[in-house]
Design a protein around this ligand. Structure first.
Ligand SMILES: [Zn+2]
Ligand SMILES: [Zn+2]
Length: 285
């Protein structure tokens, strides 16, 4: 079992009522664990270039677009599409159109990779799929490939060189917040597994600063202490967070995010959005 699979099993022990409705996430993690990256799928060492890029506020996203080939992602994207079709059968025709476009080479990895301000190359969607479905596919497929691709660059990243709300590696939107010791916030990227420090009172999506712009939606139940939804009054974006000082047994950010759909529903009902939708939001549409 991979680390994520173990953490997922642990989360389902803590929240057994989600076992059926979230089964699809377990299947996605199984696919990831069975996938092995092509040996050539990694950045060639260029630490100076990476550092210059980070200092200029530019993630290493262009490298992923350059190196990632459609055949590298074939199995991951295929499994993610099957999962999405099971969760939301109404997306069937759109998924078929996307699969046909992928097979013919008309769309490839850039349809799923983060681009400036969004996920995917085309605003509004690609080949039969809307932005939300594409973002879900990206979140359900890219991680193992991008994790391998960016692995050589991780140790060269220094937090002080980066203050943006996007992932310094793949350029993706943050998927979850960890509040760590002394209250600092760390953002986590679900697309590549990257993590970076971020200002406490700033919206990672629109960059607005200050407590007056932020809303904290906290669960009513005491047993959910330590979890909350952090939302922005200005851009209406939201992100979930866990305070690890109160939740020592919390799992990796991706697992905590996938395993807390009840908070997504609260945010969704109040009209907030997130870049990569949770399956409960896809189904609710
Ligand atoms: Zn990333
Ligand atoms: Zn905002």
């Amino acid at each position: 079992m991979s680390e994520l699979q173990e953490a997922w099993a642990d989360l389902l022990r803590r929240r057994p009522s989600f076992r059926d409705s979230l089964a699809v996430y377990g299947e996605i993690l199984d696919t990831w664990a069975n996938w092995s990256p092509p040996p050539a799928l990694a950045l060639a060492a260029a630490p100076e270039q990476w550092r210059a890029s980070w200092e200029g506020g530019v993630p290493l996203a262009a490298e992923a677009a350059r190196l990632l080939r459609a055949e590298d992602l074939e199995d991951l994207v295929g499994a993610a599409m099957e999962a999405l079709a099971r969760v939301e059968p109404s997306l069937g025709p759109g998924l078929q159109a996307f699969a046909a476009a992928w097979d013919s080479g008309a769309v490839g990895p850039t349809a799923l990779l983060p681009a400036r301000g969004r996920i995917g190359a085309a605003p509004g969607g690609t080949a039969g799929l809307g932005t939300d479905a594409l973002a879900f596919l990206a979140g359900a497929s890219l991680r193992p490939a991008l994790e391998a691709l960016f692995a050589p660059a991780r140790e060269h990243f220094t937090e002080s060189a980066w203050s943006l709300g996007i992932c310094p590696f793949c350029g993706g939107p943050p998927g979850f917040i960890d509040v760590v010791e002394d209250g600092r916030r760390r953002l986590a990227c679900h697309l590549c597994g990257g993590a970076w420090g971020f200002a406490k009172l700033r919206c990672p999506f629109c960059g607005v600063d200050g407590a007056a712009h932020l809303v904290r939606l906290t669960p009513e139940e005491a047993r959910e202490e330590g979890y909350l939804v952090s939302a922005c009054r200005e851009c209406r974006g939201y992100i979930k967070e866990v305070d690890r000082r109160a939740r020592w047994n919390a799992g990796p950010p991706l697992i905590e995010d996938w395993g807390s759909p009840h908070f997504d529903l609260i945010a969704h009902r109040q009209g907030y959005w997130r870049p990569i939708p949770s399956i409960v939001q896809l189904v609710a549409k």
